[in-house]
Write a protein that binds this ligand. Structure first.
Ligand SMILES: [Zn+2]
Length: 94
């Protein structure tokens, strides 16, 4: 599966139409009528995939499939507009 996404939109899904999907995490078939998850790389629902509940849980336990919040916590914070203004007014790093 494509692992280039920095974070994933993950939400429970249960389809009413009797389609069969292929789980991107294990490669096995997934009947749409069963309870499962929809995962979308960086919230891009045009690339959403249907995945087994157990596969999503296993991947999350292994530290894969971070949510946006989990990913954001690992990112350095950009300086806020207020702190940039303070630096300019009171002598910052310039
Ligand atoms: Zn699976």
């Amino acid at each position: 599966m494509a692992d280039e996404a920095r974070w994933w939109l993950i939400r429970p899904a249960q389809n009413l139409k009797p389609a069969t999907y292929r789980c991107p995490l294990c490669g096995n078939h997934l009947p749409a009528l069963s309870e499962h998850f929809l995962i979308a790389p960086e919230g891009d629902t045009s690339r959403r995939r249907h995945a087994h509940t157990a596969c999503v849980k296993r991947a999350r336990q292994a530290g894969r499939l971070p949510t946006r919040d989990e990913w954001a916590r690992t990112q350095p914070r950009p300086p806020s507009a207020l702190s940039r203004l303070r630096d300019r007014l009171f002598g910052g790093t310039e």
